[in-house]
Write a protein that binds this ligand. Structure first.
Ligand code: PMP
Ligand code: GLN
Length: 381
């Protein structure tokens, strides 16, 4: 087998979901909402399933979805994208990440990753022939060390892959941090691949600003979004990449031989969804923030060291106060099999030498499910 995949385990999200099922546990591991997104978007998809289109759509995506993505980028961030040449529809953000790395990275190029990192980043960078260079943000605040970041850039650096808002840290990068990244990218002539799937799941007045909007970054950045997160429909796997035509063009060349297209009915329904007004987006973030607070209060009362959470679906916790040991993997194993609650060990988001001692809970669940998980944890601890 290809050495890139030797020693790679099945993704932690699948592993924990299987364990949750096997133990009949409340699944707070893998990140997915337990209530489907808006009814009208589902109706739109079912209508178009019956009426069509049901045949191959254009390789770049249905024009109406590409137009809707460009319009949303304009409305939210003031970005001017030419929908015909600067927007590509993919089968989820995961495919988009793969396509971007395949297209932009050549064997031997260095790619900077910020750790903890989303678990597909390392294998995809390596399989593209890239050399991952990891820079850590450190808990509890997950601050980015400017010197460490600057030291990671050199003449071999081709790209930085940045996830903002960030999974699993629930961090929104500060303006200063983004400015620093932008300055380094410009100084070293580096691409920025921006995984912004949690762009709309941002709380307490925090502002998400795409790196692409910083001076001089438009021509060297691509931005990845996911309807899965924006519309609470993670199984749909509809994603989009936007960026300058000279980058979208090679990325589309990768896409055409990976999936070629994405189901047209779902594309139509997502195009419709992107027409929703600010109330929808505010409502989604407000509802999630309430769930975050409900879970954070409960976990804190049980002795978890809940870290700040400004965005995403996730709460990260320090487990050192629980008396269950310091291995996050062992604690997650115990919690799923003995307490009946699945979480994810944060060490799964590190390439090597993970600090350990932190686990991640997903809070985008119905209130009664959150309460049931807290009750199970309370009787176990
Ligand atoms: N990037 C990050 C940071 C994620 O957390 C996820 C998973 N939700 C993805 C990409 C994948 O998104 P999709 O389901 O659209 O492929
Ligand atoms: N992004 C999700 C998470 O972090 C998982 C998606 C997946 O299982 N591939 O939980």
């Amino acid at each position: 087998t290809n050495p890139v995949f030797t020693g790679i385990e099945t993704t932690v999200f699948e592993t924990m979901s299987r364990l949750a099922m096997a133990h009949d546990a409340v699944n707070l591991g893998q990140g997915f909402p337990d209530v489907d997104g808006p009814r009208d978007i589902l109706e739109k998809a079912s209508e178009t399933l019956l009426s069509g289109p049901n045949q191959y759509p254009p390789m770049l995506g249905l024009p109406e979805l590409r137009q809707a993505v460009a319009a949303a980028n304009k409305a939210f961030y003031g970005l001017d994208d030419d929908w015909a040449s600067e927007v590509l529809v993919t089968s989820g953000a995961t495919e988009a990440l793969n396509d971007c790395l395949m297209a932009l990275v050549e064997p031997g190029d260095e790619v900077i990753l910020i750790e903890p990192l989303y678990d597909c980043y390392l294998p995809l960078v390596k399989r593209a022939g890239g050399i991952p260079v990891r820079v850590r943000v450190t808990p509890p605040a997950w601050d980015l060390n400017a010197d460490a970041l600057a030291a990671a850039f050199n003449d071999n650096t081709k790209a930085i892959l940045i996830n903002n808002p960030m999974n699993p840290t629930a961090k929104v990068f500060t303006q200063d941090e983004l400015q620093l990244i932008a300055d380094l990218c410009k100084q070293h002539d580096v691409y920025a691949i921006c995984d912004e799937v949690y762009e709309h799941l941002v709380f307490d007045g925090a502002v998400h600003r795409p790196l692409m909007t910083f001076d001089g970054m438009r021509e060297r950045s691509v931005r990845i979004g996911s309807a899965g997160k924006t519309f609470s429909l993670t199984g749909w796997k509809v994603g989009y990449v936007t960026g300058p035509a000279h980058l979208i063009d090679p990325i589309a060349k990768a896409h055409q031989f990976v999936t070629f297209t994405t189901p047209p009915n779902l594309q139509k329904a997502v195009a419709y969804g992107l027409g929703k007004n600010a109330d929808y987006y505010d409502g989604l973030a407000g509802e999630l923030a309430g769930k975050r607070d409900r879970m954070a209060r409960g976990l804190e009362a049980l002795g978890f060291g809940v870290l700040p959470c400004a965005a995403t679906y996730f709460l990260t916790c320090d487990i050192s106060g629980l008396g269950l040991g310091t291995s996050d993997v062992d604690v997650c194993r115990k919690l799923v099999s003995e307490a009946g609650v699945a979480a994810v060990p944060v060490s799964a988001f590190y390439g090597a030498d993970a600090p350990g001692g932190f686990i991640r809970f997903c809070f985008c669940k119905r209130d009664e499910v959150i309460d049931e998980a807290l009750a199970r944890l309370a009787s176990y601890l």
